[in-house]
Design a protein around this ligand. Structure first.
Ligand SMILES: Cc1cc2nc3c(=O)[nH]c(=O)nc-3n(C[C@H](O)[C@H](O)[C@H](O)COP(=O)(O)OP(=O)(O)OC[C@H]3O[C@@H](n4cnc5c(N)ncnc54)[C@H](O)[C@@H]3O)c2cc1C
Length: 479
């Protein structure tokens, strides 16, 4: 039993996104006195501007696509012209004002639910901008005083920094929130843009380009590389680029946008070779920068990388022993799932509980284009470069009976298994619901299952997951 005079561990968490939220909940559960400092809203960018709104918009785009593709399955829509009585081809109309109102409402509700959970868990929430004042104290400007400025001073035994990241801005293409946008500003649109130029073909650019094309915009995607989604599985990126082009999107490869400016009626992007691309609106998706400047990190003994990310180890500890960091502000992967895991791990470690250090290679991630791309484990490139030893097997979905029934035209399952032992070390799924289909492969990677163990489990017939089992069976090692 604890000493009655022993005081609780004081934990201060700066930032209430997935990283900070999970750290706060775990800290309270483990008996710490937790204060969470948040300047915008609980849930962070993940809930308010990034994951929740974008994935809700994409769900709408998927619904629009499903209607468009239903004709391939024999579903016909028609309406009658009231005067002539003749059938006419109806058009799918997206009410973007209603879509955006709904998704912002969902985000707000999610933020409120998370705030309520924190309060129920006993976490104290302080609204304001936090800045470290040495390694064991935080100053919060709360804006609560009579002159709009007031400061709270919070002492802590352990600090978790989880301040996230913000869209990178280019001085020659400054967003105005009316015609030129960052992804955080798009949800103010009330009409589907006539012609959206998307600058940047990484995950965010590709997801929005895919979604807005499905919603009815003409889309031009400006990509500085020779293929969209640089750094992702090359076969998967090739599928997506083909689908984009087949759906009428213009993809400008090896093109760099030097500037984006407003015109009388829209926007014009000037490429480095002088070409001008005109559109009605432009989305700038050229990466993020960590929110780590000017908040006293280096003064508190925390090492940052050149890009300004906080260096952390696998238990999310920084170079200052009592300070941890989680999420997009760290040198780990910029994913909500990773931020949450780091937040929990940090608290378990700080509070002396059992810790599973985060294994980045086991992280499953998904790109919500149509079709989706999900990946886990080692990559084909790493195998081909000899960094990992493995065999590669790719099975197109065109051979899957369920895919045929559903009219799925594109996609594949790819497995990577250790040469000799057949242990699954990674995989890629390109399919309409790849985010759900990757889980069995992630389980296999996490628990080091062999291809034989994977293929021994039953899959439903007919099912897309049958292709995962078929791929594993094809990789059987003959003794
Ligand atoms: C368009 C888009 C879509 C995405 N989709 C996905 C997806 O589908 N799946 C996925 O896993 N990831 C996705 N991501 C990535 C995901 O959003 C991030 O990995 C996640 O938000 C990281 O969480 P975090 O806690 O580090 O930071 P954030 O969610 O950014 O939260 C940080 C919080 O800290 C607060 N803050 C910052 N500085 C201070 C300060 N000094 N004082 C007080 N508070 C402060 C901010 O207000 C913010 O609320 C997406 C990203 C983008 C841009």
């Amino acid at each position: 039993m604890g000493n009655a005079f022993e005081r609780k561990q004081r934990v201060a968490v700066v930032g209430g996104g997935p990283g900070g939220y999970e750290a706060a909940i775990a800290g309270a559960q483990l008996g710490a006195e937790v204060t969470l400092i948040e300047q915008v809203g609980v849930g962070g960018s993940a809930v308010i501007t990034d994951v929740v709104p974008s994935k809700t918009l994409i769900a709408v785009a998927e619904a629009t696509n499903a209607i468009g593709e239903a004709a391939d399955l024999g579903v016909q829509f028609f309406a009658r012209n009231e005067t002539t009585g003749r059938p006419v081809r109806p058009e799918v109309a997206v009410n973007l004002a209603q879509v955006n109102k709904r998704l912002l409402g969902l985000a707000r509700q999610q933020s409120e639910d998370m705030r309520a959970s924190l309060i129920r868990a006993g976490v104290k929430i302080v609204s304001g901008h936090g800045r470290l004042d040495g390694p064991d104290s935080i100053i919060v400007s709360t804006g609560a005083g009579a002159d709009g400025v007031d400061f709270d001073h919070i002492d802590a035994d352990t600090i978790v920094v989880s301040v996230g990241a913000s869209p990178r801005l280019l001085p020659s293409a400054m967003p105005d929130g009316e015609r030129i946008f960052t992804w955080t500003q798009l949800y103010g649109l009330t009409d589907v843009p006539e012609h959206l130029i998307v600058v940047g073909s990484g995950v965010t650019g590709a997801e929005f380009a895919s979604a807005y094309r499905a919603l009815g915009s003409q889309v031009t995607l400006i990509s500085s590389r020779d293929q969209v989604l640089p750094g992702e599985d090359a076969d998967a990126a090739a599928v997506i680029e083909n689908v984009f082009k087949r759906n009428g999107m213009t993809v400008l490869s090896k093109s760099r946008a030097d500037s984006v400016e407003r015109t009388a009626t829209g926007v014009v992007a000037t490429l480095s070779d002088g070409t001008k691309v005109e559109g009605s609106h432009c989305l700038m998706a050229v990466g993020s920068i960590p929110n780590t400047r000017g908040i006293g990190l280096e003064e508190a003994g925390i090492q940052l990388s050149e890009s300004g990310h906080i260096r952390v180890n696998r238990v999310a500890r920084t170079s200052a022993p009592n300070i941890y960091a989680a999420g997009d502000c760290t040198t780990f992967l910029p994913l909500a799932s990773v931020a949450s895991m780091q937040g929990r791990t940090a608290m378990f470690h700080a509070m002396g509980d059992a810790v599973n250090p985060t294994e980045l290679r086991n992280v499953a991630s998904n790109i919500f284009t149509q079709p989706q791309i999900a990946t886990v484990g080692w990559t084909q490139r790493q195998i081909e470069e000899g960094i990992a030893q493995g065999d590669i097997y790719k099975l197109p979905l065109s051979s899957n009976p369920r895919a045929k029934m559903m009219g799925i035209k594109d996609g594949f399952v790819k497995l990577f298994a250790r040469t000799g032992s057949g242990t699954v070390i990674g995989g890629v799924v390109v399919a309409p619901n790849a985010s759900e289909l990757i889980f069995p492969i992630a389980l296999a990677v996490e628990h080091r299952l062999t291809v034989d163990q994977v293929s021994r489990a039953f899959t439903v017939y007919p099912s897309l997951s049958g292709s995962i089992s078929d791929a594993a069976r094809a990789m059987h090692i003959v003794l």
